[in-house]
Write a protein of this length. Structure first.
Length: 137
C-alpha cells in the first residue's frame, strides 16, 4: 500500500491564511508600539536642549546669544534616532533673554504619530503636545 508523504494543497493554503491573519494583526500593533517608544527620544532631546539653555542662563544671565556672549546651543538639531527635530517654537515666542520655547517635531515615519504630534517645552518647564493629549509626557 502507498503511504502519503508531504502536505496537501489545502493544508498549505490553511497555513498561509493563518500566517496572513497573524501578520495583519501584528504589523499595525508593532508599528504603534515603535512610534510610542520613539516618543521618549523627543522628551530626551527637549530636556537636553533645555538643560543646555539653563546652563547658558546661569553663565551669561541670558538664554539668547548677545554680544559678547556666544550662542549656547545650535538649533535645529536632530534627536539621537532621527525621529524628531528639536527647534525653537517661534510661534510661541522663540527665545529672548529671559524666555525660551522649544518644540520637537516628528519627522520621517514618526510623523504618522498623530496621537501626540509635536512635543513642546518652555522655560517654566511647561510640557505640552500639539494634539492636546494628556498622557504623552
Amino acid at each position: 500500500m502507498y503511504k502519503q508523504r508531504g502536505v496537501t494543497l489545502l493544508e498549505m493554503l490553511t497555513v498561509i491564511a493563518i500566517i496572513g491573519i497573524l501578520a495583519a494583526i501584528a504589523l499595525p500593533a508593532y508599528s504603534s508600539y515603535s512610534r510610542k517608544a520613539k516618543r521618549a527620544d523627543a522628551k530626551v532631546g527637549l530636556t537636553t536642549a533645555a538643560q543646555t539653555l539653563e546652563r547658558c542662563y546661569t553663565r551669561f544671565n541670558s538664554y539668547s546669544p548677545t554680544a559678547p556672549n556666544p550662542a549656547c546651543i545650535s538649533l535645529p538639531v536632530s534627536t539621537s534616532n532621527g525621529a524628531y527635530t528639536i527647534d525653537l517654537d517661534t510661534a510661541a515666542g522663540g527665545i529672548t533673554a529671559n524666555t525660551y520655547y522649544l518644540k520637537a517635531t516628528p519627522v520621517g515615519s514618526q510623523a504618522k504619530d498623530t496621537y501626540c504630534g509635536t512635543f513642546k517645552l518652555n522655560y517654566l518647564n511647561v510640557q505640552s503636545v500639539s494634539s492636546g493629549a494628556t498622557d504623552c509626557w
